[in-house]
Structures are given as C-alpha cells and as structure tokens.
Write a protein that binds this ligand. Sequence first.
Ligand code: G6P
Length: 729
Amino acid sequence: MSSLIRFVAVLVLGLAVLAYGALWLVTQRLREWEEGDAQLRAELAVNSSRRAVVKRWESGNFAALSDILRDITRDERIRAIGACSTDGRLLAKTTDWPASLPCSGEALNPGGRVHVSAVPLDGEAAPLGTLVLIQDLTFLERREHAIRDFLLIAFGIFAAAASLVTVVAARLSWRGWSNQLRKLLLRGGAQPGQFQPLMRDVRELVEKLATEKEDLEGRGTWTPQRLKQTLERHLEGERVVIVANREPYIHQRGADGHITVKHPASGLVTALEPVMRACGGTWVAHGSGNADRETVDAKGRVRVPPGEESYAVRRVWLSAEEEAGYYYGFSNEGLWPLCHVAHARPTFRIDDWRHYQAINQRFADAVVEEVDVEDPIVLIQDYHFALAPKLIRERLPRATLITFWHIPWPNGERFGICPWATQLLEGLLGSSIVGFHTQQHCNNFIDAVDRLLEARIDRDQRVVVHHQRSTAVRAYPISIDWPNRWAKEAPSVAECRRSVFAELGLPANAQLGVGVDRLDYTKGIEERLLAVERLFERFPQYRGRFTFAQLAAPSRTAIERYSRLNDNVEALAARINQRFAEGRWKPIALLRAHHEPPDVFRYYRAADVTYVSSLHDGMNLVAKEYVAARDDERGVLVLSSFTGAARELTEALMVNPYDLEQASSALATALTMPEAEQVDRMRSMRALVAEYNVYRWAGRMLVDAARHRARERLSGRLTDRLLGLERTA
Ligand code: G6P
C-alpha cells in the first residue's frame, strides 16, 4: 500500500511540476504579446489625433494640447500622457501624469504594472518632440490569473484521474493487475501510456488558446475572410446556426402581384446578416412575409441572399394568435418595455406567456432539426428567446449555446417585476455564454440572478453556476460590417445630396438634419422633434435654411403604444411645421415609410447632421451606419448618451435627449462646426468602427465558443476514458 501511496505522490508531484512549467511558458508568451500590443495601441491612439496635436503644439497652445491628450486617455487602458520637447521639457500632460516623472534622465519607471511608450512627433519643419503614453496593464494580471486557474484545474483533473486509475488498478490482485496491464499494453492503450493522450490533450488545448489569442488580438482588421478562416481553424468549418425572430429577407407579394424581397429595419439583422454571408449556415426565423411560404422548400428552407445564396433561412410558421401572444404580447408589450427605461409600462398576460413558452419550444425543436453534430454551436438572439437555451440544452446537452441579448438588461429590482422572472433567468442559464453590449448590462444580469435564483456567482470570472452548470456572462459590443456594403454601393456624396435635396424640394445652400429609426418610443423621436423646434426658437437664423428629415419605419403597429406614438409624432411634426413654415420651406419632413438600405444611405450621405436621440438603447447601429456612410469624413453625429454606441463613438456631440436646451445647442454647434473639426471627429470615429466591426464581434464570440467546446470535449474525453477504464477493469 505504501508503494501505491508513493507512486501516487510522485505522479502528482510530476504533474504539478509540469503544470508550473506550462504556466510559466504561457505567461511569458502572453507578456511578449502584450508588449507589442501596447506599443501598437499607443501609436494608433496618437495617430487618430496626430493632426490636432501637431497643430496645437506648433501654435504653442499647450492648454488646448492638454485637452486633446485628455481625450486620448479616454481609452480605458491609457492612463496618462505627457508631451516632451526635444530638449526634455514637459510641455503638456494629463492630470494622472505622475508628478515625479521627468521627460528625460533616468529610465521612465512610474511603478505599478504599466507600459511606457514614446511616440515621436514631427512638425512642418522640424521634429517637435515625443508623446509619452503610460498604459495600464493591470488587466494582464487578470488574464494571467484566468489562464493559471484553468491550467491548474486541468492538471488537477489529470492528477485526480491518474490517482483514480492507480487505485482502481491496485484493487486487482497483483497477478490480475499485471495481466490486465499486459492486455492493455498489447492493445496499445497501456496505463503508463494512458497519460500520453491526456498530456497531448492539454498541449492541444494550450496551443489552441494561444492561437485563439493570436486570432483575436493579432494585428490587422477583422474581415469576412478572417472570420471565415477563424471558423475553419477553430470550428473545423462547421456550420453556424442562428436563432433570431426577425428574418433577414422577407418575401412580400405587392398589390401588383409581384413578389419582392424586403430588408427589414432591425439592428439585429443589420449586424448578423453580413456575419452569415461570411460564415454560411442556417438562420432559424419567423416566416413573416405574405409570400414566405411560396418561396421555401418542403422543409421550410430558402437560400439567401437572392442571387448569392451563401446561407439558408429556415422559416418557422406562427398562427396569427401565436404571433399576437408570443411576439406582440410577451416579447414586445412585456419584455421590451421591461428592459428599456423609456416610461412605458410592461404588460404581462398569462396567455401571452403560454404562447411565449410554446414558441420557444418550437424554435428549439427547429434548431435540433437543423444541427448535424451532437455538440453544435448555436447562436441564440435576443429577448424573443429567453427560454430557448434551456430547451435546446435538454435535447443537446453537449451543445455550445451563446445567447446574445440585443437590448438593455434592467437592474435586478426592475427585472423582478416580471411574474416569470425566475423562469426567464433559468432559461437563459441553459446557455454556455450570455452576451450583452455593455459591462453594465452584464452586471445587471448577474444582480438579477443573485436576487432571484439560488446560484453561485463568481464575479471575478464573470461566471454563474446554477444546477451544476456554469454560464459565462460577457460583454460583446455589436457593430456593423466594414467596409460597409451599402456605403460602398452608394452614389457619390454630391450625387446623394443632389437627389435628396431634390426629393425634399430644398435649395442647394440649405442645411439638412437626418433621423433614421423604427417608429419606436425608445428612440426619442418626439424629443428629437422638440429639440428641432427649440433650435428654431433659440436660433431664428436657421428658419428657412435648415430642414430635419425623419425617416420613420412603421413598427409593431398592432400595439396600441406604437400606434399612439405614430399619431403623436405626426401631430408634433404638423404643429412644428405650421408654427415655422415660410413659403415653400417646412422645418420637418416626416417620411413615414419603410426605406430600403440604399435610400437610408443616400440620406446619411446628404446630411449635415444626424441626430440619434434614443431614450435608452442597447447599442444603436444607426449611429455606426452614419459613420460608415461618411467616407468623405464630413457631417456631424449628435448622439444620445443613453445608447451603448455612446461608449465607443466618443467624438460625437453627446447629449441628454430629454434636455432640449442642450440638444438644440448641439444641433446649432453641429451646423456651424468648421470642416476641419468635422474631419477630425469623423475620421476618429471611422477608425474605431473599422476596427471594432461586426466581424470582430462575431469572431470574439465564436472563438469563445470554440474555447468552451474544447474544454467540454476535453473533460468529456476524460470522463469517457475513466469510465472505459473502469469497465475494462
Ligand atoms: C430591435 C431588436 C431586434 C428587432 C428589431 C426590429 O433591434 O433588438 O430583435 O429585430 O428591434 O424590431 P422587429 O420587432 O420589427 O423585429
């Protein structure tokens, strides 16, 4: 027995040494990568404001220079910046610049886990000096801890497995054991060799993590090709299955009897459609068009986009009563107002809830029909499907399920008013990962779980463990495709301006403001028109010169709150027009209709200013589309600070849409903004959206999914092997 204990002890010790060796190696690699990334980030940050910095520096306006430096430090990792002249004087700095830190002299070492980078700046005639950026690298520690924990757990499992194998073997008689060993050896699966595949698994996993890191943080922009390669590399090119209520292409038969294909107005569709074109796979959605049934095969499938046919839409059919209960009722009169702080009271009806349950089950069944492996990767979208993850998990226990919630998640107290709050949370916790746009929404979700369920919450790792299943909660800010398909296809800015001005009957010297939304009370359309009215009150010089065109797509009109909004917006536009109209000029053009993307982009490109005034919005992709549309780097974005986009598009003019004084001032500022400033702001926002595009969003989620699946497969293999061994024994 004592020799058995000695054997197990040596084994565990050996594994521990290996674990620490692997950990040391991975940590070293991580640090090397981060050094490179930090330097690149510093250069990118400086490049985005280089012109403005050089201008202020050359004119000797160091107070303004400090302001620009402060703007650069909005990047959460850049802690402080100092501008050092060529002769070593500190000319400007941000407030966090360490008092003791000189521009020259001994090595720059402000202490703590930071990276210091120096980016030289040249003026018109001569070098100006150097920008020194101090970056916060404390996040590295968190990453290293995560990898350390993972490696230790993996090695812990191996140590336990090895010990168990040894103990099981010891229970056999010496002779039986040696016979058993001989038999195993002959079959090539001997116990000493048993560790070989296990070690190989670990090596594979570590390599996989390393290459995933390269994929995520390697240099260069995410493109459809890169997303495709990522899929091939990590998911062996497997098909992606998406579940989303709204379909990307709607077949509609018009009054003339012809079938046309419509692109619905939906941020979700805007983001996911390019991803599906890049990845292929199946989009499971409600077949909502009046000609949808005529255009599918016997299994309810149709290949899209028309003419390109790169992926399939699987349509799920709903009766009018089911649609009223699941879609209009529970989803849009219950969950939508529950999740948005927009002063609409949620309505919860038991019949709607029953429909919601039944339709979630129907979509879960459709997913099971669409997948072809027992551990597929399924991306479940939005508030229509809070129950689906658990229902799919019951049928496919090994699936990797990523649920992305496209709208805000309210605080725990507010969420608790839903009579079925616990069922919704339990449904979502069937997911492997639940994603939101912002960390705030992740925190709210975790708080809701904390309040309403008996679950273990690891806030550091952002993981919830419920009924022995763990779900990671992560922020993935969504975006649009870049280069943007519709922007690429649009006519020149001058051409767009000519055609839009002709449509609106505007003279060439007029100024144009644009708003683009579904007619939804969360979008702040009334507040937007009131801000335009306030502009004309406070700045009469804009009367007769400025027109605001609101493209408003009718939405969810069967719901009373929406039809009321429709009437209110119409009445408000009519009142403002009546109040200020002069001759042929009207201040507001309310274009209440569905507009196809080419039209929307024409308006973006014709606009002097676009105003996004949401009262509460998960992300808001109109803001990002406007930025994508302006390849001329002109135009100004006025953006509500209550959108997820406000955290990224920091060069927009940020407003509280309820504050009409502030919003009208922002419109006036936009209309008088010098071209050079428009260019500076637009260029910087374009650089951000180009880098943080939707391929990166999908890539990050899919790599996380692949990583999750690798872990599951590894632990599945371990369990299978152990069970197999026990059986053989
Ligand atoms: C929001 C939701 C989407 C939805 C879109 C349009 O963006 O997050 O899931 O598709 O609104 O709404 P609709 O009800 O027309 O699909």
